[in-house]
Design a binder for this molecule. Structure first.
Ligand SMILES: [Mg+2]
Length: 346
């Protein structure tokens, strides 16, 4: 036996994902003038010969981020690309290239990997991305997929630019991906008991698609440009609305009021929440994987987005001393709190 000489053992769940990133990267120095923004936003920003690009990467792990019992491999390939493109759009950038790397166990036949890469190919075609490289290796523990994306940007938008009195805006609607997952998990349990069951998933088609085949909001970046609106800060919603609001507030050194009755919810999310006896606000705040864009705009830009069905104004930014609050339908004020790290599930 090898003796463990390292007596100090700190649980990763004590730090949380973002605390862990801060801790591990705090000694990294920036030595190149071309590094405009390093760790700490949706993507890094680099500049070469007055041309700026953004760079981002994500790792998806079987059993943590996806379950192949209901996730078709073609959809998984598509989603792995979307997760990265969403981070590129969150910088107000346009993705141009990706690389894709996989680690795979020998339980997967060639045909399965062809399906996975067909999903990558479809995403690349629809979003006009070149797939320019990657790596494949073996794994003892299931499937791992890592995508790196590069994009071009003229005017990048960081998480850190929100000012008090700016409006907090979100695209699309929230909570769908999480509720789609709840339905799929339930059907998986039913199938285990009765493999002949043929569930009718029609009433859940929208939310299941939100979970299995999300779309990154390329259209929103273009729409904002067409409307001549430059967000003061922006982030994509991968971990849930509350987590992303906290990022914007902390990095902008601001507070905010978020109005519960303004959070956009699809009718299918509301009805499925009722069926599962879940609170739809909690689902929108903590669900994650919606890949919508959350951003702030100056109040002077409000007339440009007003009445546009793609956008919901859900609150406004305040002084940091005023804190971050959810204003409920009953007009009580509840502090917005960070959630635990789902990946290390404590
Ligand atoms: Mg992000």
């Amino acid at each position: 036996m090898i003796e463990d000489k390292n007596q100090q053992r700190t649980s990763l769940s004590e730090l949380g994902e973002f605390g862990l990133i801060d801790h591990l990267t705090k000694n990294f120095k920036i030595n190149h003038k071309s590094t405009i923004k390093g760790v700490g936003d949706d993507a890094a920003v680099l500049e070469f010969n007055n041309k700026k690009i953004v760079l981002t990467t994500d790792l998806l792990v079987e059993g943590v981020h996806f379950d192949l019992s209901y996730m078709p491999l073609k959809h998984l390939g598509y989603k792995a690309v979307m997760v990265n493109l969403s981070d590129v759009y969150a910088m107000n950038a346009n993705p141009t290239q990706i690389t894709i790397s996989i680690a795979v166990s020998n339980r997967f036949p060639l045909e399965a990997l062809e399906d996975l890469y067909a999903g990558v190919e479809t995403a690349a075609k629809i979003y006009n991305i070149d797939v320019v490289g990657g790596d494949t290796t073996s794994s003892n523990t299931g499937l791992l997929i890592s995508v790196t994306a590069i994009g071009e940007v003229d005017q990048e938008v960081y998480r850190s630019g929100a000012k008090p009195s700016d409006l907090l805006v979100v695209s699309g609607d929230l909570g769908g991906a999480y509720m789609g997952l709840q339905v799929l998990e339930r059907e998986k349990e039913v199938y285990k008991v009765n493999p002949n069951s043929q569930p009718d998933l029609t009433p859940y088609s929208y939310i299941i698609e939100r979970q299995l085949k999300p779309e990154a909001r390329k259209d929103i970046v273009k729409l904002l440009k067409d409307l001549d609106v430059k967000p003061t800060s922006m982030i994509d919603i991968s971990d849930g609305l509350s987590s992303e609001i906290i990022h914007l507030c902390k990095q902008s050194n601001a507070g905010c009021d978020l109005y519960e009755d303004k959070i956009p919810l699809d009718p299918q999310v509301i009805s499925t929440c009722e069926e599962f006896n879940l609170d739809s606000t909690t689902v929108a705040l903590n669900g994650g994987e919606d890949y919508e864009l959350l951003f702030t705009i100056s109040q002077t830009d409000f007339p440009k987005i007003k009445a546009n069905p793609n956008f919901s104004v859900i609150g406004y930014m305040k002084e940091v001393s005023e804190g971050m609050h959810l204003v409920t339908r009953g007009e009580s004020r509840i502090p917005i709190k960070a959630q635990g790290w789902k990946n290390f599930g404590d």
